[in-house]
Design a protein around this ligand. Structure first.
Ligand code: FES
Length: 244
C-alpha cells in the first residue's frame, strides 16, 4: 500500500475551474495524502509535487496518470523522467511506482457508460439557432511587436515551465511591456531536452530559460533594452533561408 499518490492530469485545454473541481474530487476520494498536477500549462511541476509529498513524510509514492487514454508518448517518457527525480531527490528511502491509465479498467469504463445513460436527460439540447463557428472579438490580427511562444508541453512543464510563465507575465507587467508583447503558450515545440523553451519572433531566436532569474534577465535585456542575449539562445532561425 503506498503512503501517497501523485495524480498527473494531461489535458492542455482544461479550464482552471474544471481542473480545481477534478483535483478536489480526486483529493476527497483518496484515502491517503495525495497531490494533483497538470502535465501541461500553468501550475506546480510534477517534480515539485513529489518533493512536497516527500517533505510531508511520504516514502512510497504511486504516480497515477489520469486520462482516457493517457498519452502514449508521455507514458513512454515518464519512467525516465521520474527516475531522474528519484536519482536527484537525495532520499534513498523513497520508492516510486508508475501506474497505468484507466483505459483498460472495465469498472471505470462501465461507470462512464452508466453515467452517460443516467445523465442523458440532463444533457444540453443543441438546436440550429445561433449556429456559428466565429466568436466575438476574433477578427483582428494583434499589433504586438514581440511574439513569444512559451512551451508548456509536458516535458517543459516538468521542468517548471508553468511557474516560469507566471514569472514571465509578472516581469512583462513590471517593465510595462506587456501590451506590446504577445505571449502564446504552446504545446511541445520539439527540442524538449533543451527546455523550458521560449521562441521569440520576429527576431527568430529560441531560448532556454530555466529559472526565474533567467526569465527576468531575458525580459530586461531582450524586450526592454532590445539587446541580444546569446548565453540562453538554443537556436537561431536563418532568416535568409527561404522555405520552398
Ligand atoms: S515539451 Fe517543450 S519543447 Fe517539448
Amino acid at each position: 500500500m503506498p503512503d501517497a499518490i501523485l495524480y498527473l492530469i494531461s489535458q492542455p485545454y482544461l479550464s482552471r475551474r474544471r481542473y480545481c473541481r477534478l483535483a478536489d474530487g480526486l483529493t476527497r476520494a483518496t484515502p491517503m495524502v495525495c497531490a494533483v498536477v497538470k502535465m501541461e500549462g500553468a501550475g506546480q511541476s510534477a517534480m515539485d509535487a513529489l518533493s512536497e509529498l516527500v517533505g510531508a513524510g511520504a516514502r512510497t509514492i504511486v504516480v497515477q496518470p489520469v486520462g482516457l487514454p493517457f498519452s502514449d508518448s508521455l507514458m513512454a517518457w515518464l519512467p525516465g523522467a521520474l527516475a531522474h527525480w528519484l536519482k536527484t531527490c537525495g532520499m534513498p528511502d523513497v520508492s516510486l511506482a508508475l501506474a497505468t491509465d484507466q483505459s483498460g479498467d472495465q469498472s471505470v469504463l462501465a461507470t462512464i457508460a452508466q453515467s452517460a445513460v443516467a445523465g442523458a436527460d440532463e444533457a444540453v439540447p443543441i438546436g440550429v439557432q445561433g449556429a456559428s463557428v466565429d466568436g466575438k472579438g476574433w477578427d483582428d490580427v494583434p499589433t504586438h511587436c514581440d511574439h513569444l511562444l512559451v512551451c508548456t508541453g509536458p516535458r517543459c512543464t516538468f521542468r517548471r515551465a508553468g511557474l516560469l510563465r507566471d514569472v514571465l507575465n509578472a516581469e512583462l507587467s513590471r517593465h510595462g511591456v506587456m501590451r506590446r508583447t504577445l505571449v502564446a503558450t504552446t504545446g511541445c515545440l520539439f527540442p524538449c531536452n533543451k527546455g523550458p523553451v521560449i521562441a521569440h519572433y520576429p527576431a527568430g531566436r529560441w531560448y532556454r530559460l530555466g529559472t526565474p532569474d533567467d526569465v527576468s534577465i531575458f525580459v530586461q535585456t531582450v524586450l526592454v533594452e532590445r539587446r541580444p542575449l546569446t548565453q540562453f539562445v538554443i537556436h537561431e532561425v536563418d532568416t535568409d533561408h527561404a522555405c520552398a
